[in-house]
Write a new protein. Structure first.
Lengths: 159, 162
């Protein structure tokens, strides 16, 4: 029993490290300050993007830019898919779809994702993004992530 | 209260003002292009290393294309309306046909292809590389706000004349 817990603890730590390495390797994710929430702070893998006034898309409301919310969710989907893969290949986004449920206020964003299926070539991923509470998401997304080798790998070494 | 006539500021002027005062647009370097004869809205984004998705800065991160598509589609809806109505993106989908290389500016070409009383439908092509190949296609729906903020009020909020 104890041994199983230790092993899952090690797996979780390894997963955490791989995700952190991916976030570090994506320049635009670094620019946005996207980070993994410390596993001691949360039971689940969750992500955080701190508020910055440069992320505002509508200065009249004000509200975060929809593209920033979408980018955050894409980073989450790609990083978590990468962390699951045994191959050292950067996963690529095939498509991404988002529903905006409410205005993203000028404050921090949080997200978590669920990998619905990992096939030989494509993974189906769902992403939830919230501000005040996970029960009131500001946006929901889904993505198909290409996980097999592709022509662009030669140009784009993994982290 | 200021009672400026809506004729004082055109929708094109407001679009320029909006772009000028959009912090996210300034942050990534998004530029509004001059209106073309086809009536489509165009934006340009020069490559910068921090916009990339890989350590070698070979490709734009996909989210950068999404930001452009969202902004360009919103602009296309404004132009189709011909007057200022606050809009909100309801949903948007993007298909990545090929990675967007960072060897030239990204260009977004958007149009609003259907307008109802409360919903606008828009689509956008994102062109990349020296040959301007289609790198991604985005489709989105926008809610038109029922509130009536006048174009002059919106413009004065954004800092007056362009």
């Amino acid at each position: 029993m104890n041994g199983t817990n230790e092993r899952s603890g090690t797996d979780a730590l390894r997963m955490h490290q791989r995700i952190a390495a991916t976030l570090e390797a994506i320049p635009y994710a670094r620019h946005l300050g996207i980070r993994l929430i410390d596993p001691h702070e949360s039971d689940e893998v969750a992500y955080h993007m701190p508020f910055d006034a440069r992320r505002i898309g509508n200065p009249i409301l004000p509200a975060l830019h929809g593209g920033v919310v979408a980018t955050f969710m894409q980073v989450v989907a790609l990083s978590e898919t990468y962390a699951l893969l045994r191959d050292e290949l950067l996963p690529k986004l095939v498509d991404f779809s988002i529903d905006y449920l409410s205005t993203a206020e000028p404050r921090d964003l949080f997200a978590s994702c669920e990998i619905h299926r990992v096939g030989k070539r494509v993974a189906a991923v769902g992403i939830r993004c919230w501000q005040r509470t996970p029960n009131a998401p500001v946006a929901l997304g889904r993505a198909h992530v290409f996980v097999a080798p592709s022509a662009s790998d030669a140009l784009c070494p993994p982290p | 209260m200021k009672t400026a006539s809506p004729k004082e500021i055109s929708i094109a002027d407001l679009a320029r003002l909006f772009m000028k005062h959009m912090p996210h647009g300034s942050d990534i370097g998004l530029q509004l292009m001059a209106p073309a004869a086809d009536g489509k809205s165009r934006m340009r984004l020069p490559p910068q290393p921090f916009l990339s998705g890989d350590p070698g800065a070979t490709f734009f991160f996909p989210g950068v294309l999404f930001s452009m598509a969202d902004s360009a589609c919103g602009m296309a809806v404004f132009h189709a309306l011909g007057r200022y109505v606050p809009i909100a993106t309801l949903d948007m989908r993007i298909d990545h046909l090929a990675p967007a290389t960072m060897d030239s500016d990204l260009v977004a070409v958007a149009e609003c292809y259907r307008m109802t009383k409360s919903i606008a439908f828009a689509r956008c092509e994102l062109l990349s590389g020296p040959q301007s190949k289609v790198s991604a296609i985005a489709v989105g729906t926008f809610m038109l706000s029922s509130s009536s903020i006048r174009i002059s009020d919106a413009a004065s909020f954004l800092g007056g004349k362009p």
